[in-house]
Design a protein around this ligand. Structure first.
Ligand code: GLN
Length: 513
């Protein structure tokens, strides 16, 4: 394995090597761009007819920005040579989900309606990562406007799972998860409204963090469900997740919902033992409806934590399964309002049709051509539950249930430091396996309530039991703004299972060349 291949698995080690001038930032960026060109060359924006949408194309990376990235890397190297103190991610290349705006390249949110859209500004997370020295190298594929659990609802074709290309990578941040799992970049950013970071992290065998609502600025994240959306990292390790988390977190005047809360020094507490911590296992999470391998992986995690000295407590969260119906009212309601801005006039695509009798006809034609079927379904659902006749019956009621879900978590966290369960009921499923939207929505049963309650959650790879062919994710949740405990508990599992961790065959093959 070359030194760079090895370093690419750890943002922290790579940064250290760059700061010590063992490798240059330019080498690191070139290495990632070469790997992307070799393994997953972007097919351009015309996904359906592009040369790279053949049946086996990974399609995780939609676009790279080589020139800008190399220029930024040269600047990092020059600053280090000039003796400036390198930032905590100096020279580390990363990929960005296509619904987070960057001044490099285009941002499409996986939608034709934003085809070719260039942002005049950077999202706050991008500004912060640049300040930390990290380097944007491109954009990753996602479900259109982050609506989906498989990265199949995408105008530029589906993304495939690097563990098994006949399967989905999960979604909606499937491109970002697949890219890290395939070793295309040391880390990437995703967004999580109901599970879109944690579920693809589970399906691709990497670490995925959804920070507490309000912890990370949403400025520059294309809005889906504004009271639920959060940006977070995909990484190979818990430590790297903590490094990226610290770099992107903290209050931001550009996002009035960002919390005025200081960012904890998570790294300092990371290796503290879990002895004496109480980990709750909600009865509802260990359902017989889960895949047997998923339940076995969670049982194994429970015994690992027990052997590390944590106390395992049974917990009751009876509202677990109403989370889905609550989420699928609140998220579409907010989406229908957020997506009203795509009218074919102010942003992106306008219908090329002629002879419209009114501006309304132009709006309708542009939106009908620009939005895919899932987005149209959500807009209809959302406008329905917000309409005068149904507001009380659906939307207002969902808000009440939201409060009850939050209260249920509060009660659990008065007894436990964290909650443990599966990230998703099954491992990655085959492409095309869930044509019915309702069966797709069921993927989110264990993740949506984290967003509904605004708390934090992380998915970490389970130990590989008996050479399982597909990865399984362990889901940990902690109370709001308690990411330091979340990382610490996640790290203990990771440290205890390091030897039993496999990486995607794609990452191994290339790394072992
Ligand atoms: N799968 C969920 C949905 O389709 C969650 C998406 C997300 O977290 N962005 O709404």
């Amino acid at each position: 394995m070359s030194n760079l291949d090895d370093l690419m698995r750890s943002a922290r080690k790579l940064r250290y090597a760059i700061a010590e001038r063992e490798v240059t930032a330019v080498d690191a960026v070139r290495h990632c761009l070469d790997r992307i060109a070799a393994i997953d060359p972007p097919g351009g924006t015309n996904g359906t007819s592009g040369a790279n949408t053949g049946s086996e194309h990974l399609n995780a990376v939609r676009e790279t920005c080589a020139d800008e990235a190399l220029r930024a890397a040269e600047k990092v190297d020059a600053d280090i040579s000039a003796g400036k103190t390198p930032g905590p991610l100096a020279g580390v290349p990363f990929l960005v989900k296509d619904n987070i705006v960057t001044t490099e390249g285009t941002t499409t949110a996986g939608s034709r309606i934003l085809e070719g859209f260039r942002s005049p500004y950077d999202a706050t997370v991008i500004t912060r990562l640049r300040a930390a020295g990290a380097i944007v190298i491109g954009k990753t594929n996602c479900d259109e406007f982050a609506m989906g659990s498989s990265t199949e609802n995408c105008a530029w074709g589906p993304t495939r799972n690097p563990w098994d290309r006949t399967r989905v990578p999960g979604g909606s941040s499937g491109g970002s998860a697949a890219a890290v799992a395939a070793g295309l970049a040391p880390f990437s950013l995703g967004s999580d409204t109901g599970g879109s970071i944690r579920q693809p992290a589970a399906f691709c065998g990497v670490v995925g963090l959804k920070p507490t609502y309000g912890r990370v600025s949403r400025s520059g994240l294309i809005a889906f469900g504004s009271s639920l959306d959060q940006i977070g990292p995909f990484t190979d390790s818990v430590r790297d997740a903590a490094v990226v988390f610290e770099a992107i977190s903290g209050p931001d005047p550009a996002d009035s919902t960002s919390g005025d809360v200081g960012v904890p020094d998570c790294l300092r507490q990371l290796d503290e033992p879990v002895e004496g911590l109480v980990i709750g296992v909600p009865r509802q999470y260990m359902s017989d409806a889960n895949d047997a391998a998923v339940n076995a992986a969670i049982e194994n995690a429970i015994s690992i934590y027990r052997s590390l000295g944590a106390r395992i407590e049974p917990v009751d969260l009876p509202l677990t399964d109403v989370g889905l119906s609550t989420y699928y009212i609140i998220a579409p309601a907010e989406a229908s309002s957020n997506l009203a801005r795509y009218d074919g006039i102010r942003y992106g695509r306008r219908s090329a049709g002629k002879g419209f009798a009114s501006v309304d006809e132009l709006y309708a034609a542009s939106r009908a051509e620009g939005f895919g079927p899932e987005v149209q379904r959500r807009i209809m659902l959302g406008t329905y539950v917000l309409s005068a006749g149904y507001y009380d019956a659906y939307y207002r009621r969902a808000l009440k249930v939201r409060r009850l879900i939050k209260a249920e978590y509060d009660a659990a966290f008065s007894r436990c430091h964290a909650l443990l369960g599966p990230t998703a009921p099954t491992p990655a499923f085959p492409l095309g396996d869930r044509p019915d939207p309702l069966s797709m929505y069921l993927c989110d049963v264990y993740t949506v309530n984290t967003n509904i309650a605004g708390i934090c959650g992380i998915s970490i790879p389970a130990a590989d039991l008996a050479g399982g062919r597909l990865p399984i994710g362990i889901h940990l949740q902690c109370r709001a703004f308690n990411e330091s405990t979340l990382f610490r508990i996640a790290r203990m599992h990771e440290a205890a299972t390091d030897g039993a961790r496999r990486r995607s065959p794609l990452a191994e093959t290339v790394a072992n060349r």
